[in-house]
Design a binder for this molecule. Structure first.
Ligand code: FAD
Length: 500
Protein backbone atom coordinates (compact mmCIF):
# COMPACT_ATOMS: atom_id res chain seq x y z
CA UNK A 1 0.00 0.00 0.00
CA UNK A 2 2.75 2.47 0.92
CA UNK A 3 4.21 2.55 -2.55
CA UNK A 4 3.82 4.20 -5.93
CA UNK A 5 4.69 7.65 -7.21
CA UNK A 6 2.41 9.45 -4.76
CA UNK A 7 4.18 7.90 -1.79
CA UNK A 8 7.62 8.62 -3.20
CA UNK A 9 6.88 12.27 -3.86
CA UNK A 10 5.39 12.62 -0.38
CA UNK A 11 8.46 11.20 1.28
CA UNK A 12 10.66 13.52 -0.74
CA UNK A 13 8.55 16.40 0.52
CA UNK A 14 8.64 15.30 4.17
CA UNK A 15 11.89 13.40 4.69
CA UNK A 16 11.81 14.11 8.44
CA UNK A 17 8.78 11.94 9.10
CA UNK A 18 9.24 9.24 11.65
CA UNK A 19 7.72 5.83 11.03
CA UNK A 20 7.42 5.26 14.82
CA UNK A 21 5.12 8.20 15.46
CA UNK A 22 1.38 8.63 15.83
CA UNK A 23 -0.90 10.82 13.71
CA UNK A 24 -4.43 12.04 14.27
CA UNK A 25 -6.63 11.72 11.20
CA UNK A 26 -9.28 14.38 11.61
CA UNK A 27 -12.44 13.19 9.83
CA UNK A 28 -14.89 15.90 8.85
CA UNK A 29 -16.93 15.49 5.68
CA UNK A 30 -14.78 12.69 4.27
CA UNK A 31 -16.47 9.86 6.13
CA UNK A 32 -14.91 7.00 4.19
CA UNK A 33 -11.88 4.75 4.26
CA UNK A 34 -11.54 4.16 0.51
CA UNK A 35 -9.67 6.75 -1.50
CA UNK A 36 -9.16 8.98 1.49
CA UNK A 37 -5.90 10.87 0.90
CA UNK A 38 -5.46 12.18 4.47
CA UNK A 39 -5.88 8.70 5.92
CA UNK A 40 -3.59 7.18 3.33
CA UNK A 41 -0.83 9.73 3.93
CA UNK A 42 -1.09 9.28 7.71
CA UNK A 43 -0.75 5.53 7.32
CA UNK A 44 2.22 5.89 5.05
CA UNK A 45 4.17 8.06 7.41
CA UNK A 46 3.17 7.10 10.92
CA UNK A 47 3.16 3.90 12.88
CA UNK A 48 -0.21 4.52 14.51
CA UNK A 49 -3.23 6.49 13.36
CA UNK A 50 -6.03 7.76 15.55
CA UNK A 51 -9.24 8.57 13.67
CA UNK A 52 -10.96 11.57 15.25
CA UNK A 53 -14.27 13.37 14.75
CA UNK A 54 -14.94 16.71 16.46
CA UNK A 55 -18.46 18.11 16.65
CA UNK A 56 -17.67 21.82 16.29
CA UNK A 57 -20.84 23.16 14.75
CA UNK A 58 -20.41 26.66 16.14
CA UNK A 59 -17.50 27.11 13.74
CA UNK A 60 -19.96 26.70 10.84
CA UNK A 61 -22.24 29.53 11.99
CA UNK A 62 -24.53 30.76 10.59
CA UNK A 63 -24.65 27.52 8.60
CA UNK A 64 -24.54 24.90 11.35
CA UNK A 65 -25.92 21.60 10.00
CA UNK A 66 -29.72 21.51 9.81
CA UNK A 67 -31.95 18.78 11.24
CA UNK A 68 -31.80 16.43 8.24
CA UNK A 69 -28.02 16.80 7.93
CA UNK A 70 -27.59 16.00 11.61
CA UNK A 71 -29.69 12.85 11.13
CA UNK A 72 -27.45 11.80 8.27
CA UNK A 73 -24.29 12.64 10.17
CA UNK A 74 -25.33 10.50 13.13
CA UNK A 75 -25.82 7.44 10.97
CA UNK A 76 -22.77 8.11 8.83
CA UNK A 77 -20.58 8.35 11.94
CA UNK A 78 -22.09 5.11 13.24
CA UNK A 79 -21.21 3.44 9.92
CA UNK A 80 -17.67 4.83 10.10
CA UNK A 81 -17.30 3.53 13.65
CA UNK A 82 -18.28 0.04 12.49
CA UNK A 83 -15.98 0.21 9.51
CA UNK A 84 -13.04 1.29 11.66
CA UNK A 85 -13.78 -1.36 14.31
CA UNK A 86 -13.71 -4.08 11.66
CA UNK A 87 -10.15 -2.95 10.85
CA UNK A 88 -8.87 -2.96 14.41
CA UNK A 89 -9.39 0.75 15.07
CA UNK A 90 -12.05 3.08 16.40
CA UNK A 91 -13.32 6.63 16.13
CA UNK A 92 -12.47 9.10 18.88
CA UNK A 93 -15.42 11.49 19.15
CA UNK A 94 -15.05 14.83 20.88
CA UNK A 95 -17.06 18.02 21.01
CA UNK A 96 -16.05 21.71 21.14
CA UNK A 97 -13.75 24.24 19.57
CA UNK A 98 -11.57 22.25 17.15
CA UNK A 99 -8.15 23.72 17.90
CA UNK A 100 -8.12 23.20 21.68
CA UNK A 101 -9.73 19.79 21.21
CA UNK A 102 -7.01 18.77 18.76
CA UNK A 103 -4.33 20.13 21.09
CA UNK A 104 -5.77 18.12 23.97
CA UNK A 105 -5.88 15.00 21.80
CA UNK A 106 -2.25 15.53 20.78
CA UNK A 107 -1.30 15.73 24.46
CA UNK A 108 -3.47 12.73 25.41
CA UNK A 109 -2.09 10.50 22.69
CA UNK A 110 1.45 11.73 22.18
CA UNK A 111 0.64 12.18 18.48
CA UNK A 112 2.87 14.53 16.55
CA UNK A 113 0.80 15.08 13.42
CA UNK A 114 -2.72 15.97 12.29
CA UNK A 115 -3.95 15.08 8.80
CA UNK A 116 -7.27 16.14 7.28
CA UNK A 117 -9.12 16.63 4.01
CA UNK A 118 -10.12 20.14 3.07
CA UNK A 119 -13.56 21.80 3.27
CA UNK A 120 -14.57 24.86 1.25
CA UNK A 121 -17.20 26.75 3.24
CA UNK A 122 -15.84 30.27 3.92
CA UNK A 123 -16.04 29.99 7.73
CA UNK A 124 -14.30 26.62 7.70
CA UNK A 125 -11.58 27.70 5.29
CA UNK A 126 -10.72 30.49 7.74
CA UNK A 127 -10.88 28.18 10.77
CA UNK A 128 -8.72 25.48 9.19
CA UNK A 129 -6.14 28.00 8.05
CA UNK A 130 -5.85 29.27 11.63
CA UNK A 131 -5.57 25.73 12.98
CA UNK A 132 -2.85 24.79 10.53
CA UNK A 133 -0.80 27.85 11.43
CA UNK A 134 -1.25 27.32 15.18
CA UNK A 135 -0.32 23.64 15.02
CA UNK A 136 2.73 24.28 12.89
CA UNK A 137 3.86 27.01 15.27
CA UNK A 138 3.86 24.49 18.09
CA UNK A 139 5.89 22.05 15.99
CA UNK A 140 3.03 19.73 15.02
CA UNK A 141 2.99 18.41 11.49
CA UNK A 142 -0.33 19.60 10.02
CA UNK A 143 -1.23 18.55 6.48
CA UNK A 144 -4.40 18.93 4.45
CA UNK A 145 -5.52 17.15 1.26
CA UNK A 146 -8.20 17.23 -1.40
CA UNK A 147 -10.70 14.40 -1.15
CA UNK A 148 -13.84 16.17 -2.32
CA UNK A 149 -13.24 17.75 -5.71
CA UNK A 150 -11.64 16.95 -9.02
CA UNK A 151 -9.82 20.25 -8.92
CA UNK A 152 -9.28 22.74 -6.13
CA UNK A 153 -11.34 25.92 -6.58
CA UNK A 154 -8.19 28.02 -6.92
CA UNK A 155 -6.70 25.84 -9.64
CA UNK A 156 -9.13 26.85 -12.38
CA UNK A 157 -9.09 30.36 -13.83
CA UNK A 158 -10.44 32.11 -16.89
CA UNK A 159 -8.01 33.24 -19.60
CA UNK A 160 -7.90 36.61 -17.81
CA UNK A 161 -6.89 34.96 -14.52
CA UNK A 162 -10.29 35.45 -12.83
CA UNK A 163 -12.62 32.95 -11.22
CA UNK A 164 -15.35 31.59 -13.50
CA UNK A 165 -18.92 32.85 -13.35
CA UNK A 166 -20.25 30.90 -16.31
CA UNK A 167 -20.56 27.13 -16.27
CA UNK A 168 -19.81 26.16 -19.89
CA UNK A 169 -16.26 27.56 -20.07
CA UNK A 170 -15.64 26.35 -16.52
CA UNK A 171 -16.63 22.83 -17.54
CA UNK A 172 -14.63 23.01 -20.77
CA UNK A 173 -11.54 23.84 -18.74
CA UNK A 174 -12.23 21.37 -15.93
CA UNK A 175 -13.13 18.44 -18.18
CA UNK A 176 -9.91 18.93 -20.13
CA UNK A 177 -7.82 18.47 -16.98
CA UNK A 178 -9.51 15.89 -14.82
CA UNK A 179 -7.03 14.21 -12.48
CA UNK A 180 -5.69 10.74 -13.29
CA UNK A 181 -8.00 7.98 -12.11
CA UNK A 182 -6.14 6.23 -9.32
CA UNK A 183 -8.37 5.00 -6.53
CA UNK A 184 -6.70 3.90 -3.31
CA UNK A 185 -8.41 0.95 -1.66
CA UNK A 186 -9.47 1.07 1.99
CA UNK A 187 -6.69 -0.15 4.29
CA UNK A 188 -7.27 -3.68 5.56
CA UNK A 189 -5.94 -2.89 9.05
CA UNK A 190 -5.51 0.39 10.87
CA UNK A 191 -2.72 0.27 13.43
CA UNK A 192 -4.20 1.81 16.60
CA UNK A 193 -2.05 2.77 19.58
CA UNK A 194 -2.29 0.60 22.69
CA UNK A 195 -4.14 3.31 24.66
CA UNK A 196 -6.14 5.52 22.33
CA UNK A 197 -7.69 8.66 23.87
CA UNK A 198 -11.15 8.35 25.35
CA UNK A 199 -14.15 9.00 23.13
CA UNK A 200 -17.58 10.41 23.80
CA UNK A 201 -20.38 8.05 22.84
CA UNK A 202 -21.94 9.05 19.52
CA UNK A 203 -25.27 9.65 21.29
CA UNK A 204 -23.64 12.43 23.35
CA UNK A 205 -23.62 14.58 20.20
CA UNK A 206 -27.42 14.55 20.29
CA UNK A 207 -27.74 14.57 16.51
CA UNK A 208 -31.05 12.73 16.22
CA UNK A 209 -34.30 14.69 16.55
CA UNK A 210 -36.16 14.78 19.85
CA UNK A 211 -39.49 14.58 18.02
CA UNK A 212 -39.25 11.62 15.66
CA UNK A 213 -40.01 13.38 12.34
CA UNK A 214 -37.28 11.32 10.71
CA UNK A 215 -39.09 7.97 10.62
CA UNK A 216 -39.66 8.16 6.87
CA UNK A 217 -35.96 8.65 6.19
CA UNK A 218 -34.96 5.10 7.08
CA UNK A 219 -36.80 3.59 4.11
CA UNK A 220 -34.97 5.86 1.67
CA UNK A 221 -31.37 5.96 2.78
CA UNK A 222 -28.42 3.99 4.00
CA UNK A 223 -25.91 6.58 5.23
CA UNK A 224 -22.27 5.52 5.26
CA UNK A 225 -19.68 4.25 2.85
CA UNK A 226 -21.38 0.89 2.17
CA UNK A 227 -24.64 2.72 1.39
CA UNK A 228 -22.80 5.03 -1.00
CA UNK A 229 -21.32 2.04 -2.87
CA UNK A 230 -24.75 0.46 -3.09
CA UNK A 231 -26.31 3.64 -4.47
CA UNK A 232 -23.54 3.96 -7.03
CA UNK A 233 -23.86 0.32 -8.06
CA UNK A 234 -27.63 0.62 -8.39
CA UNK A 235 -27.28 3.71 -10.53
CA UNK A 236 -24.65 2.19 -12.80
CA UNK A 237 -26.77 -0.96 -13.26
CA UNK A 238 -30.20 0.61 -13.53
CA UNK A 239 -29.99 4.38 -13.99
CA UNK A 240 -27.08 5.30 -16.21
CA UNK A 241 -28.61 3.91 -19.39
CA UNK A 242 -31.09 6.63 -20.35
CA UNK A 243 -30.00 9.10 -17.65
CA UNK A 244 -29.82 11.93 -20.15
CA UNK A 245 -33.55 11.82 -20.89
CA UNK A 246 -34.98 10.22 -17.76
CA UNK A 247 -33.17 12.34 -15.17
CA UNK A 248 -35.85 15.03 -15.53
CA UNK A 249 -38.76 12.70 -14.71
CA UNK A 250 -39.35 12.81 -10.96
CA UNK A 251 -41.40 9.60 -10.94
CA UNK A 252 -38.68 7.63 -12.73
CA UNK A 253 -36.13 7.62 -9.86
CA UNK A 254 -33.56 7.79 -12.64
CA UNK A 255 -30.90 9.91 -10.97
CA UNK A 256 -28.16 8.50 -8.77
CA UNK A 257 -29.30 9.90 -5.39
CA UNK A 258 -25.63 10.15 -4.52
CA UNK A 259 -25.86 13.78 -3.36
CA UNK A 260 -25.86 13.16 0.43
CA UNK A 261 -23.17 10.51 0.09
CA UNK A 262 -21.02 12.94 -1.89
CA UNK A 263 -21.74 15.74 0.55
CA UNK A 264 -20.56 13.75 3.55
CA UNK A 265 -17.62 12.37 1.60
CA UNK A 266 -18.74 8.77 1.96
CA UNK A 267 -17.71 8.50 -1.65
CA UNK A 268 -15.54 10.85 -3.69
CA UNK A 269 -16.08 12.22 -7.19
CA UNK A 270 -13.08 10.23 -8.45
CA UNK A 271 -14.67 6.97 -7.34
CA UNK A 272 -17.94 7.90 -9.02
CA UNK A 273 -16.15 8.90 -12.20
CA UNK A 274 -14.16 5.66 -12.25
CA UNK A 275 -17.37 3.62 -12.01
CA UNK A 276 -19.12 5.66 -14.72
CA UNK A 277 -16.15 5.45 -17.10
CA UNK A 278 -15.79 1.72 -16.49
CA UNK A 279 -19.48 1.11 -17.14
CA UNK A 280 -19.61 3.19 -20.31
CA UNK A 281 -16.29 2.14 -21.87
CA UNK A 282 -16.93 0.68 -25.31
CA UNK A 283 -20.72 1.12 -24.99
CA UNK A 284 -21.51 3.84 -27.50
CA UNK A 285 -25.21 3.75 -26.57
CA UNK A 286 -24.59 5.15 -23.10
CA UNK A 287 -21.61 7.39 -23.76
CA UNK A 288 -23.94 10.40 -23.94
CA UNK A 289 -25.54 9.44 -20.63
CA UNK A 290 -22.13 9.08 -18.99
CA UNK A 291 -21.00 12.42 -20.37
CA UNK A 292 -24.14 14.11 -19.13
CA UNK A 293 -23.75 12.57 -15.70
CA UNK A 294 -20.14 13.71 -15.36
CA UNK A 295 -21.27 17.18 -16.39
CA UNK A 296 -23.71 17.20 -13.45
CA UNK A 297 -20.79 16.44 -11.18
CA UNK A 298 -19.15 19.38 -12.94
CA UNK A 299 -22.00 21.59 -11.62
CA UNK A 300 -21.08 20.40 -8.15
CA UNK A 301 -17.50 21.49 -8.75
CA UNK A 302 -18.77 24.80 -10.14
CA UNK A 303 -20.81 25.37 -6.95
CA UNK A 304 -17.68 24.88 -4.84
CA UNK A 305 -15.67 27.14 -7.13
CA UNK A 306 -18.25 29.91 -6.76
CA UNK A 307 -18.59 29.54 -3.00
CA UNK A 308 -14.84 29.70 -2.55
CA UNK A 309 -14.35 32.77 -4.72
CA UNK A 310 -17.57 34.58 -3.82
CA UNK A 311 -18.00 33.82 -0.10
CA UNK A 312 -20.81 36.35 0.31
CA UNK A 313 -23.20 34.36 -1.89
CA UNK A 314 -24.93 32.15 0.72
CA UNK A 315 -26.50 35.35 2.10
CA UNK A 316 -26.24 37.93 -0.67
CA UNK A 317 -26.94 37.79 -4.40
CA UNK A 318 -23.88 37.26 -6.53
CA UNK A 319 -24.62 40.50 -8.34
CA UNK A 320 -25.06 43.48 -6.02
CA UNK A 321 -27.74 45.11 -8.20
CA UNK A 322 -30.14 42.32 -7.13
CA UNK A 323 -29.88 43.38 -3.49
CA UNK A 324 -32.48 46.07 -4.27
CA UNK A 325 -35.03 43.57 -5.62
CA UNK A 326 -38.54 44.51 -4.36
CA UNK A 327 -39.38 41.30 -2.46
CA UNK A 328 -42.50 41.23 -0.34
CA UNK A 329 -42.08 42.04 3.35
CA UNK A 330 -41.95 39.15 5.87
CA UNK A 331 -45.27 40.13 7.50
CA UNK A 332 -46.94 39.96 4.08
CA UNK A 333 -45.51 36.65 2.99
CA UNK A 334 -45.42 34.69 6.28
CA UNK A 335 -48.60 32.69 5.56
CA UNK A 336 -47.58 31.90 1.98
CA UNK A 337 -44.13 30.80 3.10
CA UNK A 338 -45.69 28.45 5.60
CA UNK A 339 -48.03 27.01 2.95
CA UNK A 340 -45.02 26.42 0.70
CA UNK A 341 -42.97 24.79 3.48
CA UNK A 342 -45.83 22.49 4.46
CA UNK A 343 -46.73 21.49 0.91
CA UNK A 344 -50.11 23.20 1.06
CA UNK A 345 -49.87 25.62 -1.86
CA UNK A 346 -52.69 23.93 -3.78
CA UNK A 347 -50.34 23.45 -6.75
CA UNK A 348 -49.89 19.68 -6.85
CA UNK A 349 -46.36 19.38 -8.28
CA UNK A 350 -45.11 21.90 -5.73
CA UNK A 351 -46.86 20.19 -2.84
CA UNK A 352 -45.56 16.80 -3.99
CA UNK A 353 -42.00 18.15 -3.99
CA UNK A 354 -42.30 19.75 -0.57
CA UNK A 355 -43.84 16.56 0.78
CA UNK A 356 -41.03 14.44 -0.70
CA UNK A 357 -38.57 16.80 0.97
CA UNK A 358 -40.24 16.64 4.37
CA UNK A 359 -40.79 12.90 4.33
CA UNK A 360 -37.53 11.71 2.78
CA UNK A 361 -35.05 14.59 3.20
CA UNK A 362 -34.52 14.90 -0.54
CA UNK A 363 -36.28 16.33 -3.59
CA UNK A 364 -35.87 15.59 -7.26
CA UNK A 365 -33.80 18.22 -9.09
CA UNK A 366 -36.50 19.23 -11.59
CA UNK A 367 -38.96 19.70 -8.75
CA UNK A 368 -36.42 21.72 -6.74
CA UNK A 369 -36.34 24.12 -9.68
CA UNK A 370 -40.14 24.29 -9.85
CA UNK A 371 -40.70 24.92 -6.14
CA UNK A 372 -37.90 27.49 -6.06
CA UNK A 373 -39.38 29.34 -9.02
CA UNK A 374 -42.82 29.45 -7.40
CA UNK A 375 -41.36 30.81 -4.16
CA UNK A 376 -39.13 33.47 -5.64
CA UNK A 377 -41.20 34.55 -8.62
CA UNK A 378 -44.90 33.85 -8.19
CA UNK A 379 -44.81 34.41 -4.43
CA UNK A 380 -42.08 37.08 -4.48
CA UNK A 381 -40.50 35.63 -1.34
CA UNK A 382 -36.72 36.16 -1.01
CA UNK A 383 -34.67 33.18 -2.17
CA UNK A 384 -32.82 33.18 1.16
CA UNK A 385 -36.02 31.94 2.87
CA UNK A 386 -36.16 28.96 0.52
CA UNK A 387 -32.44 28.28 0.88
CA UNK A 388 -32.85 28.25 4.68
CA UNK A 389 -35.73 25.78 4.56
CA UNK A 390 -33.81 23.49 2.22
CA UNK A 391 -30.81 23.82 4.50
CA UNK A 392 -32.78 22.45 7.43
CA UNK A 393 -34.67 19.74 5.59
CA UNK A 394 -32.34 18.31 2.91
CA UNK A 395 -30.07 15.40 3.78
CA UNK A 396 -27.78 16.64 0.99
CA UNK A 397 -27.84 20.30 2.17
CA UNK A 398 -24.59 21.69 0.81
CA UNK A 399 -23.71 25.35 1.13
CA UNK A 400 -22.07 25.27 -2.31
CA UNK A 401 -24.85 23.50 -4.23
CA UNK A 402 -27.77 24.98 -2.33
CA UNK A 403 -26.50 28.51 -2.86
CA UNK A 404 -25.88 27.81 -6.54
CA UNK A 405 -29.36 26.27 -6.93
CA UNK A 406 -31.22 29.09 -5.21
CA UNK A 407 -29.35 31.91 -6.89
CA UNK A 408 -29.85 30.14 -10.21
CA UNK A 409 -33.59 29.77 -9.61
CA UNK A 410 -33.99 33.36 -8.40
CA UNK A 411 -32.05 34.65 -11.40
CA UNK A 412 -29.50 36.55 -9.33
CA UNK A 413 -26.53 34.18 -9.41
CA UNK A 414 -23.75 33.06 -11.70
CA UNK A 415 -25.00 31.60 -14.95
CA UNK A 416 -28.55 31.87 -13.62
CA UNK A 417 -31.88 31.35 -15.30
CA UNK A 418 -32.80 34.90 -16.36
CA UNK A 419 -35.29 36.36 -13.91
CA UNK A 420 -37.90 36.91 -16.59
CA UNK A 421 -37.96 33.20 -17.49
CA UNK A 422 -40.65 32.09 -15.08
CA UNK A 423 -41.61 28.42 -14.85
CA UNK A 424 -45.27 27.65 -15.19
CA UNK A 425 -45.59 24.85 -12.61
CA UNK A 426 -48.65 23.38 -14.32
CA UNK A 427 -46.91 23.07 -17.70
CA UNK A 428 -43.80 21.70 -15.99
CA UNK A 429 -45.94 19.16 -14.20
CA UNK A 430 -47.70 18.09 -17.41
CA UNK A 431 -44.39 17.75 -19.20
CA UNK A 432 -42.31 15.96 -16.59
CA UNK A 433 -44.95 14.03 -14.64
CA UNK A 434 -47.52 13.44 -17.39
CA UNK A 435 -49.44 10.66 -15.63
CA UNK A 436 -49.20 12.38 -12.26
CA UNK A 437 -47.40 9.37 -10.76
CA UNK A 438 -45.05 11.54 -8.71
CA UNK A 439 -47.92 13.69 -7.47
CA UNK A 440 -49.94 10.62 -6.49
CA UNK A 441 -46.99 9.17 -4.58
CA UNK A 442 -46.36 12.25 -2.46
CA UNK A 443 -49.85 13.77 -2.20
CA UNK A 444 -52.03 10.71 -1.53
CA UNK A 445 -55.17 12.88 -1.32
CA UNK A 446 -54.84 13.37 -5.07
CA UNK A 447 -54.25 9.69 -5.80
CA UNK A 448 -57.58 9.13 -7.50
CA UNK A 449 -57.67 12.37 -9.48
CA UNK A 450 -57.58 11.73 -13.27
CA UNK A 451 -54.31 12.52 -15.06
CA UNK A 452 -55.78 15.27 -17.24
CA UNK A 453 -56.74 17.40 -14.23
CA UNK A 454 -54.26 16.33 -11.56
CA UNK A 455 -51.80 19.08 -12.52
CA UNK A 456 -54.35 21.88 -11.94
CA UNK A 457 -57.34 20.45 -10.05
CA UNK A 458 -58.90 23.90 -9.60
CA UNK A 459 -59.63 23.94 -13.34
CA UNK A 460 -61.65 20.69 -13.18
CA UNK A 461 -65.41 20.46 -13.01
CA UNK A 462 -66.38 19.67 -9.37
CA UNK A 463 -68.12 16.48 -10.55
CA UNK A 464 -64.84 15.05 -11.86
CA UNK A 465 -63.16 15.76 -8.57
CA UNK A 466 -66.12 14.33 -6.69
CA UNK A 467 -65.57 11.03 -8.50
CA UNK A 468 -62.08 11.09 -7.01
CA UNK A 469 -63.57 11.94 -3.60
CA UNK A 470 -61.84 15.29 -3.57
CA UNK A 471 -63.41 18.52 -2.37
CA UNK A 472 -61.19 21.47 -3.12
CA UNK A 473 -60.61 23.88 -0.27
CA UNK A 474 -61.61 21.05 2.06
CA UNK A 475 -59.47 17.98 1.37
CA UNK A 476 -56.90 19.87 -0.64
CA UNK A 477 -56.27 23.65 -0.79
CA UNK A 478 -57.10 26.03 -3.57
CA UNK A 479 -53.96 27.59 -5.12
CA UNK A 480 -52.24 30.00 -2.77
CA UNK A 481 -51.59 32.30 -5.72
CA UNK A 482 -53.05 32.98 -9.14
CA UNK A 483 -50.31 31.90 -11.53
CA UNK A 484 -50.82 34.25 -14.48
CA UNK A 485 -51.32 37.40 -12.38
CA UNK A 486 -48.40 36.60 -10.11
CA UNK A 487 -46.20 36.04 -13.13
CA UNK A 488 -47.05 39.54 -14.34
CA UNK A 489 -46.36 40.92 -10.87
CA UNK A 490 -42.93 39.25 -10.86
CA UNK A 491 -42.10 40.69 -14.27
CA UNK A 492 -43.15 44.13 -13.06
CA UNK A 493 -40.91 43.78 -10.00
CA UNK A 494 -38.04 42.86 -12.27
CA UNK A 495 -38.69 45.91 -14.45
CA UNK A 496 -38.71 48.05 -11.31
CA UNK A 497 -35.28 46.69 -10.37
CA UNK A 498 -33.94 47.32 -13.85
CA UNK A 499 -35.27 50.86 -13.86
CA UNK A 500 -34.04 51.60 -10.32
P1 FAD B 1 -27.77 13.22 -10.09
O1 FAD B 1 -28.60 13.70 -11.22
O2 FAD B 1 -27.56 11.77 -9.98
O3 FAD B 1 -26.38 13.99 -10.19
C1 FAD B 1 -25.16 13.45 -9.67
C2 FAD B 1 -24.51 14.45 -8.74
O4 FAD B 1 -24.17 15.64 -9.43
C3 FAD B 1 -25.40 14.89 -7.58
O5 FAD B 1 -25.38 13.94 -6.54
C4 FAD B 1 -24.77 16.22 -7.20
O6 FAD B 1 -23.64 16.04 -6.39
C5 FAD B 1 -24.32 16.76 -8.55
N1 FAD B 1 -25.34 17.65 -9.11
C6 FAD B 1 -26.38 17.32 -9.89
N2 FAD B 1 -27.08 18.43 -10.24
C7 FAD B 1 -26.46 19.47 -9.65
C8 FAD B 1 -26.70 20.87 -9.62
N3 FAD B 1 -27.72 21.44 -10.30
N4 FAD B 1 -25.87 21.66 -8.88
C9 FAD B 1 -24.82 21.13 -8.21
N5 FAD B 1 -24.54 19.80 -8.21
C10 FAD B 1 -25.36 18.99 -8.92
N6 FAD B 1 -27.59 19.68 -4.55
C11 FAD B 1 -26.95 19.30 -3.43
O7 FAD B 1 -26.13 18.38 -3.45
N7 FAD B 1 -27.19 19.96 -2.25
C12 FAD B 1 -28.06 20.99 -2.16
O8 FAD B 1 -28.22 21.57 -1.08
C13 FAD B 1 -28.77 21.37 -3.33
N8 FAD B 1 -29.69 22.35 -3.29
C14 FAD B 1 -30.35 22.71 -4.44
C15 FAD B 1 -31.29 23.74 -4.39
C16 FAD B 1 -31.98 24.12 -5.54
C17 FAD B 1 -32.97 25.26 -5.47
C18 FAD B 1 -31.73 23.45 -6.75
C19 FAD B 1 -32.48 23.85 -8.00
C20 FAD B 1 -30.81 22.43 -6.81
C21 FAD B 1 -30.10 22.04 -5.66
N9 FAD B 1 -29.16 21.00 -5.69
C22 FAD B 1 -28.49 20.67 -4.54
C23 FAD B 1 -28.76 20.37 -6.96
C24 FAD B 1 -29.51 19.09 -7.35
O9 FAD B 1 -30.88 19.25 -7.22
C25 FAD B 1 -29.07 17.87 -6.53
O10 FAD B 1 -27.67 17.76 -6.51
C26 FAD B 1 -29.64 16.58 -7.13
O11 FAD B 1 -31.03 16.62 -7.16
C27 FAD B 1 -29.18 15.40 -6.30
O12 FAD B 1 -29.76 14.22 -6.75
P2 FAD B 1 -28.88 13.09 -7.42
O13 FAD B 1 -27.72 12.76 -6.57
O14 FAD B 1 -29.80 11.96 -7.75
O15 FAD B 1 -28.38 13.81 -8.75
Amino acid sequence: MASGPYYRSYVRQFPFLSVMSTALVWFRRDLRLTDNPALLAALQHHRHVIPVFIADFEAEAPWQPGGASRWWLHHSLAALQRNLASRGSGLVIRQGDSLPVLQQLLRDSGATAVYWNRLYEPALVARDKGIKTALKEQGVEAESFNSALWREPWELKTGGGDPYRVFTPFWRNLSSQLPPLTIDPAPERLPAPANPPASLPLEALDLLPGIPWDQGFYAHWQPGEAGAFRALERFVDQGLDGYHTRRDLPAASASSRLSPHLHFGEIGPQQVRAAIERASAGRAAIEGDAEHYLRELGWREFGHHLLFHFPHTPEQPMYARFAAFPWRAPRDYAADLQAWQRGRTGIPIVDAGMSQLWQSGWMHNRVRMIVASLLTKNLLIPWQEGARWFWDTLVDASLANNTLGWQWAAGCGADAAPYFRIFNPVLQSEKFDPEGAYIRQWVPKLAAVPADVIHAPWTAKPARLAQARLRLDHDYPLPVIELAASRDRALAAYQELKAG
